[in-house]
Ligand binder design. Sequence first.
Ligand code: DC
Length: 225
Amino acid sequence: MTRPRPVIAIDGPAGVGKSTTARVLAQRLGYTLVDTGALYRGVALAARDRGISWDDEAGVVAIGDETELAFASQHDGTPRLLLNGEERADEIRTPELSAGASQVSAYPGVRRVLLDIQRDLGREGGVVLEGRDIGTVVFPDAEVKVFLTASAEERARRRVQDLRDRGTMADYDEILAKIRSRDEADSTRAIAPLRPAEDAVILDSTSLGLEAVVQHVLELVQSCN
Ligand code: DC
């Protein structure tokens, strides 16, 4: 089945600039933006709400099954996570929830539940989905597939800068270690590991910068019309 408007898959590791790239693309194209990492964070938060340990795979999967996850759109198009109808978007952005999301994302039962939600959100096309396995698993038939890369050092440097801009002191070595450990966990898990799809275009956001990456993706979108 061909879609009238494309599905754009933006995959890559933590801190590579996926969210910014995806947001700018969605704004310029007038497409819906889907932050798939927020869904994993939502499952981790729902488990914590109910006092279920992230180590308890069966408990976490059951919570994932019964939790209603959806997005409300902010005026600038940024998706805000709704958990059982309640906006929880600000609570999922902590280092604790980053670690929890990474842990629960390794459970096949969690991935199965979230797969259906992600496919429903993208089915009609005209959508930018950012995540880890959009081009490989969620939409292997996406019309545009981009895998963003940047060195762990560059990603740590950006993260430190970002935190400092917001008035929070941050230790570069500590952040670099966290990025490396999350990369390792995300790319070595048995199910849907982080890796580029064979037909993905690989773009290095360190050397290119945001605007060049966006332009490159816009050209890919034009060429599939
Ligand atoms: O993009 P993020 O940092 O919000 O993602 C949080 C975690 O969720 C990340 O450690 C890996 C997992 N994730 C995933 O496994 N598949 C996705 N499509 C998106 C995120």
